[in-house]
Design a protein around this ligand. Sequence first.
Ligand SMILES: [Zn+2]
Length: 165
Amino acid sequence: MPGIVMIDQPPGQGVRICAACKGELQRAEVNADYPPDGPLREATPYRRMTGLAAHAGLDVFELPADNAQGLAGAVQVVVDRAGKTRATVGLAQDLDEGLRTDVLAFAVALFADQADRIQKTPNSAIGIRREPQPPDATGPGHVAWHMAEACGRETTSATFTVVEL
Ligand SMILES: [Zn+2]
C-alpha cells in the first residue's frame, strides 16, 4: 500500500497533489460566496467534519465508552419517513478529537460508497475499529483522508477496519 505523501508544487503555484490519486489537495477555503452557515466556516476540523456529515445525511451522537464495545464507532443505515437513506453514527466518547475526526470522515465516506452493503448486514450496521490502518490509496479510506484534509485535519490515515454488528 503506497503511503500518501503530499507533494508541494514549485514555489509560487501553491498547488499540492495527492501522491496516491494525483488529485489536487485543496484545503477548503471559504470566500464571500460561501454560505454563512456552511460547515466549513466552523472553527475546528472536527466541527467542520460534523457539518459535512450532517449535509451528507448522517446524524452523529456520542456513544458512552462502556457501550462502545472497544470500537471507535458504529454506523447504522436507516430509511427515514420520506424514504431517504440516512445514517446514524455513534462515536465513542473517549476518542480524542483528532481520531474522532478521522473516524467520522471514514463513516461519511463509507456511507457514501457502501450504504447498500451496510444495509444488507443483519442489523444494517457496522462497527469501526479503533486502530487506524495503513493509508488506503483508493476507496472509502482514501476519500475519508481527502475529506479530513479538506477540513484542516492533518493525519496519516483515515482508513479503519470494519466489523458487522
Ligand atoms: Zn488522493
